[in-house]
Design a protein around this ligand. Sequence first.
Ligand SMILES: NC(=O)c1ccc[n+]([C@@H]2O[C@H](COP(=O)([O-])OP(=O)(O)OC[C@H]3O[C@@H](n4cnc5c(N)ncnc54)[C@H](OP(=O)(O)O)[C@@H]3O)[C@@H](O)[C@H]2O)c1
Length: 487
Amino acid sequence: MNSWVQKRDLFVIVGVSGDLANRKLLPALYRLSHDVPSESRFRILGVSTDPACSDNTFREKSQKSVKELAGVDLDSAWLDETLFFQSIGQGGPEDYRALVQRVESLEKSESLTGNRVFYLALPPPVFPVAITRLGEAELNEGPGWTRLVIEKPFGRDAASAESLNKLVHQYFDEKQVFRIDHYLGKETVANLLVFRFANSLFEPLWNRDRVDSVEILVAESLGVEHRGRYYDRAGALRDMIQNHLTQLLTLTAMEPPSSFDADAIQHEKVKVLHSISPIGPGDVVFGQYARGEVDGKPVTGYRQEPDVAPDSRTETFVAMRLRINNWRWQGVPFYLRTGKRLADRVSRIVVNFRCPPVSLFQPFVFSALRPNTLEITIQPDEGFDLRFEVKSPGVPFRLVTQNLHFRYSEAFQKSPEAYETLLLDVLLGDTTQFVRDDWVEASWRLYTPILEVPPQVAPYPAGSWGPKEADRLTSLPELDSATAATP
Ligand SMILES: NC(=O)c1ccc[n+]([C@@H]2O[C@H](COP(=O)([O-])OP(=O)(O)OC[C@H]3O[C@@H](n4cnc5c(N)ncnc54)[C@H](OP(=O)(O)O)[C@@H]3O)[C@@H](O)[C@H]2O)c1
């Protein structure tokens, strides 16, 4: 039984009829609580615009769609005891006053704690109106604690992120706000901090003296699927780089925090963003997938996907080179690369260490000496690989690369899903794995100049590793410290 959720708090999901709620949130809340006795379990109030829905029809619908989308069977007793429904109709002030009444009456009838979570599982353009209505209805504070969860994307650029933060802070204190980036709920991502700061082995190597470059790759073999309408207005820079890859970057590059406390960790992550030099046009390559083959099957190009403009210039691939202009990382390039319809589905961080200063074995290797690398795989097959050179037995004298490896799946039972971890953190009030206001603004400020003057979009065949133009980034000479300095 999950002893962490034995409290009768109220979880309000606004947008409960949507894909996210049925694919991720309801299954995660079910897993967290199905074996907790009803008398000590939280309650869920689903909110949507449907005026005709009742508690019972909502339970039936949820059971069906969670089964369809997530393959999870919500049992009927759990549904009857845990799930309730409230319509917000057109979403006007009077609809939110009705929501207040429903929340209060549920808290009474179900003997709840008065602690409330409001989860905005809504399309991003609806965030401002929903936050305003919650605030105007005074749902920003209640008899216990109140927490607000906001999905990604948080803003479209620096100005929109700042104005959304301003609106949020009009009603909610930052301590009440949980901005989601589901990458932060993945075990391997959370483990980056443990890996770096609970082991003394790597920290002395984790700097410009020993590291030659760092690569962060998030590759998807899928195309845009049913998300064409959203994706064609977003693109890979907004959808992946600004949030997921930049989170991995700041966790990899940050200094040791003063304590394992959410604010101390967030502070160090934000400092990394402030140290990154402005990104020049020559540091970025955009690509868009054309027809090709994935897993031996022909697939269509991006412009032929549903809901995508036939002359779209939206990027489905980004490669970029970043410079972190601080004492630890000066001169070490960080390469970020992400794309859809690439050759494989993999997310990983590769730390390339410097080669030995003198190549004693040059006569015995047929190519340049390979550097030691540390590869951290985020998905699939989460784990670590440390690669080093050994002599192969016998003659002739030859060097081969071998591997020390660790796999989560071999060492532990199945890890919880990212949303399960994050929802539990919301209930516990732990903001460590969420996105703070200054992080999201600093991240958008870094990328907004590229969004305003985007580079040409180079086509690449589906099933490849992206446009060949991207390879030029890794062969660029490093800038010296004077040129790379932040103006
Ligand atoms: N789906 C995913 O796997 C996923 C993954 C990562 C992040 N996200 C983020 O999660 C959020 C929700 O995504 P989703 O895929 O669930 O979106 P969705 O299915 O398009 O929409 C969610 C719900 O929002 C409600 N809604 C739409 N317009 C509204 C309006 N004007 N006023 C009030 N409610 C409105 C709709 O419910 P009713 O009209 O029935 O009330 C709809 O079911 C988005 O911010 C998305 O970026 C989703």
